[in-house]
Design a protein around this ligand. Sequence first.
Ligand SMILES: [Zn+2]
Ligand SMILES: [Zn+2]
Length: 447
Amino acid sequence: MFMIGLTLLWTAWMLSQPPFSTSSMTVEIVNRSQWGARPPTEREYIPMPVPYLILHHTAGKRCYTHENCSAVMRGIQNFHMDDRKWGDIGYTFCVGEDGRVYEGRGWNVWGAHNIGYNNKSIGLCILGNFVNESPNRAALDAAKGFLDYSVEMNKLTHDYILYGHRQAKNGTVCPGDALFNDIREWPHWKQGNHFPPNSKGCEDHAYPLYSMACREIQETTTMGFDNSSELVHISAAQRLYKALGVVFPLVVIVVTSYLSNMDKINQSESSDMAVEIVSRSKWGARSVSEHDNMSMPVPYVILHHTAGRRCSTYESCCAEMRSIQNFHMDGRKWWDIGYTFCVGEDGRVYEGRGWNVQGAHSIGYNAKSIGLCILGNFVNDSPNKAALDAAQKFLEYCVENNKLTPDYTLYGHRQSKNGTVCPGDALFKHIQTWPHWKPGDHFPPSK
Ligand SMILES: [Zn+2]
Ligand SMILES: [Zn+2]
C-alpha cells in the first residue's frame, strides 16, 4: 500500500514537471542513449545552477536530421575520447540544425570545453562551422529555448552570463564570426574578454592531479632558464662523438681530430642551413611518463599555427611552449604537448614531442608525420621572415637527417582535418609556395 502511494505521488510529481516545454517554446532533448553515446570512462559532478554559459561551434559538419545529428555527435564523442583522451564528449549539450538539443555530458557534470570555466558553466555547442554563415533559424531558436529551459530547471542562475568561447579563451575563433554576431543580440550576453588566469592559482583547479602538476610547473618556472640554446648543425659527426664519448672514452681521444675536421666541413657546408633547436629542458618542459614511438623517416609534415600568442624572444617563446604544454596535458589530458616541433618568431625551433615520437596534432596522421607548428595566430597576418625561414630550414634539416622522406608531402592542418581553419588563411597561403606542398583535402576516413 505504501509503495503504491509512493508510486502515485512520484507519478503525480512527474506529470507536474514541464520536462521539455517552457511557456514560450518547446525544447526537444535527445538523450545520450537516443543518439548512441558510448558510456563515459570518467565523470566528475558539479553542483548546478552555474553562472556561465559558454557557446561554441564545432567547426565541423552541419546536420539537419535526427539521424545525421546523432552521427555527428557520435563522431565528436569518438574524437574527444579516442584522440584527445578525454573521459567523454567535451560539451554539456549540443544543438543541431534539425532544431533538437543533444545531450552531451549532461546536467551536473564537469565539462571539457573551456579551461577555467568547465566546472562553472554549461558548454553549449551548435553543430557546424559558423565562421562565414549563421546557423539556421531552427538551431538558433532551439539554443535560445534551451537557455530559458535551463534557467527554469535551475541549471543556470537567473542572472547567468553568456560568452562566446573566444571571450573565455585566448586565440580561438570559436564560435565563428557569424554565430558570434548572432549571440551578441541575446539578452544574457556580456561583452569583453574574460580569459581565465594562466596556470597561476593552482588551487582554482579542482582536479587534484592538476594542482600537483601546477605547483611543479611554478617551481620549474621560477628556476629560470639560461639563454644559451643549442645550435644544431647537420652533423652526424657530433652525434657519433657524443655516443662514443659515453661508450669508448679512450677511442674518442684517438678519433677526435678526425671528427672535429669533419665537423668543420659539415659546418661550412651547412653554414646557411644552421637551425637552432631549443631542447625540452631548455624551455622548461615538464617530464612525461608515456609516449608512443614512431619510426622515422615519415612521409608527411602537417603544418599548424597555435592560434595563440605570438612570440619573438627566447624567453617569451619558452613561456609560450610551457603554456601550450600545460594546456595539452592539463586541459586536454594528453600525455604531452601535441606538436612534434614548434617555431617562434625569434627564428628558433622548439622541440615538442621531438624525434621518433607520435604526436597529437592531426588524427589519422599522428603516427606518420611531423606536426610542425608556428607559434601565433596567422589567420590575418603571416609569421615574420625569421619564423618562415626557420620553418623551411628545419624541414630541409629533417630530410638531411633522415627524419622526413626526401619526397615528403606538406599539408596545412585544414587539408588533413575537416573543419579547422588552422594554420590560418595567411600562413596557409604562404606555405602553398613551398616545394613539398600538395593541394587538395586529404581527410582520414572517419571512424
Ligand atoms: Zn569552442
Ligand atoms: Zn592545427
